[in-house]
Design a binder for this molecule. Structure first.
Ligand code: TXA
Ligand code: MG
Length: 349
């Protein structure tokens, strides 16, 4: 199959292209599209065959459910059994935006879309191309991140092309995704609600609206053996080809340790990569150094993380050391993705 790539301009979103893409989805085909978090690989959420195609295109296990994207809050009530009052308050505050909520599904949603579960994850993105596409497709678009299963999520159309060219009908190119990490997921089918994946909508932001929230233990203590509630969180994810380790400690100690380990590795003939920040990049004496941006701007770090992990796959480094990041605001989301990419290999210094 030949994948069509269509560039869209946010100042003047071309209705013809949106309608063409919407028609592909209505006919059971697949279209990748930008959202404010990462690019999504879209199919008609109410068509079981579309969901099958999504799993096949991504090489994703079909027990790993898809998020259903909507463009109108009212449409939520058409696919779920009930909407708890707390969910309504979160919708008021954070939809449209980078928040996914889990509800008991009704019979409109095929089990292929939810990986056999009786719950469904729903999100209303704020990205205007995404929103226009969802409307053109009939209102319900199932979309996992538009990457081959196991690879870092995609934050540009070029990344999507790298992973999915020839496997899907169309890619809508809206430039770089502004957040760069996938949405926060919160399970509203339990009381208190439970955060299954950290993202740009933080625990503190949600607690200010609805009070106490829990965090899935599989996120807090990944080695605890607790099975994550979001099936996707159990899979190794985002892993670059090279061995990645995250180095934790004070900034000075981390820089010294990475320089020392890089020297030892090079003596053994290994090629070393380093994930640094604008403030620290010049302090590494050897290795291939990529910066995530300014450490003091966490949103910049979040935006570039997946891109830098992908960039390392285009180099021939054998091992990568990464600096670690603050646990405040979007920090937990950054560290969650980084630690998963490293298979939880952490060096404390
Ligand atoms: O930002 C995002 O959420 C992006 C964009 C495209 O919207 N989408 C995304 O989808 O990250 P995906 O499929 O890569 O990640 C969805 C996660 C998976 O870990 C999946 O297991 C979990 O959500 N999930 C989906 N439905 C669920 C459900 N009913 N119960 C528990 N976890 C669920
Ligand atoms: Mg994903």
């Amino acid at each position: 199959m030949e994948t069509q790539i269509r560039r869209l301009d946010y100042d003047k979103i071309d209705d013809n292209i949106i309608n063409e893409a919407g028609q592909i989805l209505r006919n059971g085909g697949l279209v990748a599209f930008p959202t404010e978090t990462v690019y999504g690989l879209g199919g008609d959420a109410l068509n079981p065959e579309s969901s099958e195609k999504i799993y096949a295109a991504k090489g994703r296990p079909s027990d790993n459910p898809l998020i259903v994207h909507i463009a109108d809050k009212k449409d939520l009530y058409r696919i779920v059994r009930e909407v708890p009052e707390k969910a309504e308050r979160l919708m008021e505050s954070f939809w449209p935006g980078p928040l996914t909520m889990i509800f008991y599904k009704n019979e409109q949603v095929p089990e292929t879309t939810t990986g056999g579960l009786d719950t469904v994850a729903v999100r209303m993105p704020s990205d205007r191309i995404a929103s226009a596409l969802i409307k053109a497709a009939g209102g319900f678009v199932a979309a996992p991140s538009a990457n081959v299963s196991g690879r870092p999520s995609t934050t540009t159309a070029a990344h999507v092309e790298e992973d999915l060219n020839g496997r899907i009908e169309m890619i809508l190119d809206g430039g770089q995704a502004v957040i760069g990490l996938e949405s926060t997921i919160v399970d509203m089918s339990t009381e208190p609600p439970v955060i299954l994946r950290p993202g740009a909508v933080t625990k503190e932001m949600m607690e200010a609206v609805i009070g106490n929230l829990e965090v899935d233990k599989a996120i807090i203590a990944p080695d605890s053996g607790v099975k994550p509630k979001a099936p996707g969180m159990k899979y190794r994810h985002y892993a670059p080809r090279a061995d990645l380790a995250v180095v934790e400690g004070t900034t000075e100690a981390v820089i010294a340790a990475i320089n020392r380990m890089a020297e030892q590795d090079e003596e053994q003939g290994k090629k070393v990569g380093i994930i640094a920040t604008d403030e620290t990049a010049a302090r590494y004496a050897r290795g291939t150094v990529f910066s995530l941006g300014e450490r003091k701007h966490e949103e910049e770090i979040a935006m570039h993380l997946f891109e830098v992990l992908r960039d390392f796959d285009d180099t021939d480094v054998d091992c990568i050391y990464s600096e670690s990041f603050e646990e405040a605001s979007i920090g937990p989301a950054i560290m969650n993705r980084l630690l998963k990419a490293a298979g939880h290999k952490v060096i404390h210094v």
